[in-house]
Ligand binder design. Structure first.
Ligand code: XIL
Length: 376
């Protein structure tokens, strides 16, 4: 089974629409507070253990290529943390209703553990890569039971083996200033349960794996412009609402799929990080890669553009207390979702990842490692 692709291109910012965010917001503080949650201990989870000093570096691995020994070795050569890219998604664990298949995910998580590396879990709740049977459910109570059972079974299975879980992924709408669904994306879970699927998911995860840090993960939080600014505001609101309801949320996950033709909003992202610090919430960079289909003129230009956005990202996230970890979405340009989802129109290969197609480190990656090592 291959997971479905999603279109990840964000829309351009539209001036004058920020004010609509509040009125369009489907997410209100009350919506969470009426949930009647039991007070959960606000656990503070430590940062992921690192083999090297500084901020732990990790990369996402794919079971599809696991037979390739050279590929496997790259993760051992470069990573403190090895993250299953797809294998912990709903549809890959529970393709048939009630039948959980942990084989591929176990293989990757155990590979990491046996080699003294950590792993993080991605993800319980997502609008994509769901099994068809899930989309046919129409009853809210049934939906809630399925959600809770999935999280409890999966989190319980991996308890003690994952430092973090992306409890929810991409719940913020693509453009909160414009989308008809308001602040939250329209998904099977919002259709069944509304915004309360988020606290329900966090509570189930906290019960099932009290030792894992619980993360709300999303994309498009890094660039300049009012759409990203709106997404950051929605994210902070979401975190505050969970906290108001005494629900444990330990970190925000910045996916950091960076468009090489956009600028990172270093100041805006820095302010966002400070705000999270004030709330006692950490930051993990969960899926860093560079999307360069707008950069023409050869690999040098692609890498120069990549170096700029990555360096700007680091300026923002390495200011103040260091992030919990930084994870790239793959390790080598030989295997990345970017060429499949956002290819160059003329067929030029993308250069999204730390190592090029010959598995040689790029200058921006070496610089990133230096900066992670000395950040502590
Ligand atoms: C992508 C994987 O990289 C692909 O292999 C898969 O076909 C689809 O999903 N944001 C996310 C990730 O949170 O789970 C996505 O991963 C990329 C975008």
């Amino acid at each position: 089974m291959r997971p479905r692709r999603q279109d990840h291109r964000s829309r351009p910012a539209v001036p004058g629409t920020a004010a609509r965010l509040n009125s369009a917001s489907a997410l209100t503080r009350r919506s969470f507070l009426t949930l009647g949650t039991s007070a959960l201990a606000l656990g503070v989870c430590g940062r992921a253990a690192a083999a090297s000093p500084g901020v732990p570096f990790g990369a996402a691995i794919q079971s599809d290529h696991f037979d390739d020994e050279t590929y496997r070795q790259l993760f051992l050569d470069h990573c403190d943390m090895i993250v299953p890219m797809n294998e912990l998604k709903f549809g890959l664990l529970q393709w048939e209703r009630g039948e959980f298949d942990f084989t591929r995910a176990d293989m990757l998580v155990d590979f990491a553990r046996e080699n003294g590396r950590t792993s993080r879990g991605h993800t319980f709740v997502w609008h994509s890569t769901n099994p068809p049977w899930l989309e046919t459910i129409t009853d809210a109570r049934e939906g809630e039971a399925v959600l809770v059972e999935h999280i409890e079974r999966v989190a319980d299975h991996f308890r003690g083996r994952l430092t973090e879980w992306d409890v929810v992924n991409e719940v913020i709408s693509n453009d909160p200033t414009r989308d008809a669904s308001g602040a939250l994306r329209d998904t099977v879970w919002t259709r069944l349960l509304g915004p309360r699927h988020i606290p329900i998911a966090f509570q189930a995860a906290a019960r099932a794996d009290p030792g894992a840090a619980l993360v709300v993960n999303d994309y498009g939080l890094e660039p300049e412009g009012e759409v990203a600014e709106a997404k950051r505001r929605v994210m902070l609101d979401l975190v505050r609402q969970l906290q108001d309801a005494n629900i444990r949320v330990d970190a925000v996950g910045l996916q950091a799929h960076l468009y090489a033709h956009f600028r990172v909003d270093v100041e805006g992202l820095g302010r966002f990080k400070e705000e999270l610090e004030r709330l006692g919430v950490g930051l993990t960079i969960t899926e860093l890669d560079v999307i360069d289909f707008q950069i023409h003129g050869g690999s040098r230009r692609q890498d120069r553009a990549a170096a700029r956005v990555v360096s700007d990202l680091l300026d923002a996230v390495l200011a103040g207390p260091p992030p919990r970890a930084l994870v790239t979405w793959g390790i080598t340009d030989r295997h990345s979702w970017v060429d499949g989802s956002m290819p160059h129109a003329d067929g030029t290969p993308s250069r999204p990842l730390p190592l090029d197609a010959n598995d040689q480190p790029k200058a921006w990656y070496l610089d990133l490692r230096r900066r992670l090592t000395s950040a502590d």
